[in-house]
Design a protein around this ligand. Structure first.
Ligand code: UGA
Ligand code: MN
Length: 282
């Protein structure tokens, strides 16, 4: 089945570098379609150029985060979730263009993370929701689902363990058919910090009732009775999450973040009318 990789992206000095790097990872993956959604009023020439030159099969869309969901200029970057509007635009594209019985796997790949090629082969067999560890996230070396007897029984996390699904965006993929069977599943752009992934997965997976156990930074889940009824609504129950990457013992994706470049000299020269050639794309 094809893998649909959904990437939100926004204009900033490192945007082109991020997208070139990601495109050159994706170019190695067979049967992949890249859905790139810009946080902008319209698709830009810069992103369009990267996509056209990439050799990757792609769809180029845009959806601007509304000002009220961005926080003011001085607002902390974590006040509202990032990339929600853009991922929802991609969901709409999938729902508008794919037939309900079409095979496929959907993965939300941010433009700044680091992806092993092996990850894509691990996710390709996703039926409902597959999960795996993510490195360098949540203030830990890694977060991961805990697996016993081939089933996900909880999550190793150190941050807000009460989240229904304490998973980073990079740590799961969903089957296209499951997604299309739940036309209302979407990312809540008003979700509290850290709850964006849960807002989406909650539309596909029965909420498990996680009972925290003593072990520091480790949760062992006991899925509530709700799980047993989830099937009635066509939802996956948490015990049916599909562990990948050797029962979630291998890190194949890293939540890397790119340092913001300092452009002090550029600003100084620009004030003197001697900035770097604006006709050269960076
Ligand atoms: C973490 C998660 O890894 C993200 O998937 C999640 O969206 C985010 O938290 C959140 O909950 O807000 P983090 O590294 O903090 O990620 O977020 P970014 O990488 O800065 O942004 C996630 C994606 O949204 C990126 O692909 C980025 O290009 C895009 N984005 C960011 C926008 O489209 N618009 C923005 O204003 C900011
Ligand atoms: Mn990021």
């Amino acid at each position: 089945p094809p893998i649909y990789v959904v990437t939100p992206t926004y204009a900033r000095p490192v945007q082109k570098a991020e997208l070139v790097r990601l495109s050159q990872t994706l170019l190695h993956v067979p049967a992949l379609h890249w859905v790139v959604v810009e946080d902008a009023a319209a698709p830009s020439a810069l992103v369009g150029g990267v996509l056209a030159a990439s050799g990757v099969s792609f769809t180029h869309l845009s959806a601007e985060t509304p000002p009220e969901l961005r926080g003011g200029p001085g607002a902390p970057s974590w006040l509202f979730p990032r990339g929600a509007e853009q991922r929802n635009r991609a969901l709409r594209w999938l729902r508008d263009t794919r037939r309900p019985d079409e095979p496929g796997v959907v993965y939300f790949a941010d433009d700044d993370n680091t992806y092993s090629l092996r990850l894509f082969e691990e996710m390709r067999s996703t039926r409902g929701v597959s999960v795996w560890p993510v490195g360098l996230v949540g203030g830990l070396r890694l977060e991961r689902p805990l697996v016993a007897g081939g089933r996900v029984v909880g999550f190793h996390t150190g941050w807000r363990p009460e989240r229904p699904f304490p998973l980073d965006m990079a740590g799961f993929a969903v089957g296209l058919r499951l997604l299309l069977a739940h036309p209302r599943a979407r990312f809540d752009p008003r979700a509290e910090r850290g709850f964006l992934e849960s807002s989406f997965l909650g539309g596909l997976v029965t909420p498990g009732q996680l009972e925290p156990r003593a072990d520091n930074c480790t949760q062992v889940g006991v899925w509530g009775v709700l799980g047993a009824f989830g099937g009635l609504w066509g939802l996956v129950n948490p015990g049916q999450l599909e562990p990948r990457a050797d029962n979630c013992t291998q890190v194949l994706v890293w939540h890397t973040r790119t340092e913001k470049p300092k452009l002090r000299q550029e600003e100084q020269l620009q004030r003197q009318g001697r900035g770097s050639d604006p006709d050269i794309e960076v």
